[in-house]
Design a binder for this molecule. Structure first.
Ligand SMILES: Cc1cc2nc3c(=O)[nH]c(=O)nc-3n(C[C@H](O)[C@H](O)[C@H](O)COP(=O)(O)OP(=O)(O)OC[C@H]3O[C@@H](n4cnc5c(N)ncnc54)[C@H](O)[C@@H]3O)c2cc1C
Length: 344
């Protein structure tokens, strides 16, 4: 009989992030499908009452919590101690947690302390013949494996965008507090603050409905024999402001900065989509001035509806990689779209 522990941490304001609700949905479903299993919730944060109440109706047998000002911030030593305590208290055989940066840092160490096993970037879960199977990608998103493990506890860090968020009525959860003693050694790392990108620089928006990809064509010589990088910047920023789309890029475009060529000032390697970049999840994607080569398109694996604008009718997108290819000048297309959007 599996004892399932669902773990989550609070975000600023004491609530749970969206990904925590998604993974809760997965945990509830798995516990329903694994005969004889039960579900326990473990929460971590400075204060967790609001978070616990928001998921009070999830059907968990028990709620455990580690709270206090030391657990307000992400710090490996204190987080690992807290998560280990929650795991031991619950006696869990399966531990499901969202792959936030906070958990991704601390959970591998927790797995080692528990003498368990961990799989990260889990992208699918299902119960087959009474046992849990997971899916994850290998070799830079090129090979997908379905696997199971006999070792317990088995810890799963599950990526966002795979499950619908759990939704249920809030209530009043009775949380049992788990005490964690932190010696000064655990608090050596001090978190002074968070430096986040602001304003126009915030171009990566994981929850956006649309992924807008800029390719190297935006900085290449155009039909008049000139480059138009400043115009490209303005068109792309206007488009992003109007649509609140997330900005992705090809590798060629982000690499140009280090090669001394003209670049779009708001792009960094964090925007890169593809085999050596990210694999974002958005319902729709629009590629512009991007050739659609395989190492780039492999990062579009989870984009449901794909469209591209390219001058070249034989570009990679035309080879079955896009649902619609507009053979057109992206400068003119985006200019026209911005004009139409600004009227709304
Ligand atoms: C091991 C390895 C890993 C890699 N990993 C990645 C990765 O993670 N991500 C990635 O992106 N690439 C990756 N690459 C590189 C990849 O193979 C391509 O070189 C890259 O994606 C090309 O970028 P691009 O399409 O923007 O540029 P280009 O190939 O230069 O294409 C520019 C396109 O713009 C079009 N264009 C120009 N002007 C206009 C206009 N006015 N309107 C419309 N279209 C226009 C042109 O027709 C052309 O198709 C990797 C390569 C290797 C070998």
């Amino acid at each position: 009989m599996e004892k399932i522990l669902y773990l989550a941490h609070t975000q600023a304001g004491g609530t749970l992030p969206k990904v925590a609700f998604e993974i809760l949905n997965a945990a509830v479903e798995i516990s329903r499908n694994l005969a004889g299993s039960n579900l326990t919730v473990g929460l971590l944060g400075e204060q967790i009452d609001a978070a616990a109440n928001s998921i009070a109706g999830c059907g968990a047998l028990k709620f455990f919590g580690v709270t206090g000002s030391e657990f307000a911030v992400s710090r490996y030593a204190s987080d690992a101690a807290a998560l280990e305590a929650l795991a031991r208290k619950s006696g869990a055989t399966l531990i499901l947690a969202p792959a936030t940066s906070r958990f991704s840092r601390a959970m591998p160490g927790v797995a080692h302390r528990l003498n368990g096993r961990i799989d990260t970037h889990v992208s699918g879960l299902k119960v087959t013949n009474g046992s849990l199977e997971i899916q994850r990608w290998y070799y830079r998103q090129r090979m997908m494996a379905t696997l199971t493990r006999a070792t317990r506890p088995w810890i799963l860090l599950i990526d966002s965008g795979i499950f619908q968020p759990w939704s249920g009525a809030p209530g009043s959860a009775a949380v049992e507090s788990v005490a964690v003693q932190l010696s000064p050694n655990y608090l050596k790392t001090r978190v002074l603050g968070v430096e986040a990108a602001s304003g126009d620089a915030e171009t990566i928006r994981p929850d956006a409905k649309l992924l807008f990809v800029a390719g190297a064509g935006w900085t290449k010589k155009q039909s008049d024999g000139q480059t138009h990088v400043k115009e490209a910047e303005q068109l792309i920023l206007n488009f992003l402001n109007c649509t609140q789309a997330s900005l992705g890029s090809s590798k060629s475009l982000v690499d140009q900065g280090s090669e001394g060529e003209a670049v779009l000032s708001f792009l960094s390697h964090l925007n890169q989509v593809g085999q050596t970049g990210s694999t974002p999840r958005h319902p729709k994607g629009l590629a512009t001035c991007c050739h659609g080569e395989e190492p780039h398109v492999v990062g579009w694996r989870f984009i449901n509806e794909r469209r591209a604008v390219n001058l070249d009718p034989n570009c990679g997108w035309a080879q079955g990689k896009a649902d619609v290819l507009y053979v057109a000048d992206a400068f003119r297309v985006i200019e026209k779209i911005n004009e139409l959007l600004s009227k709304n």
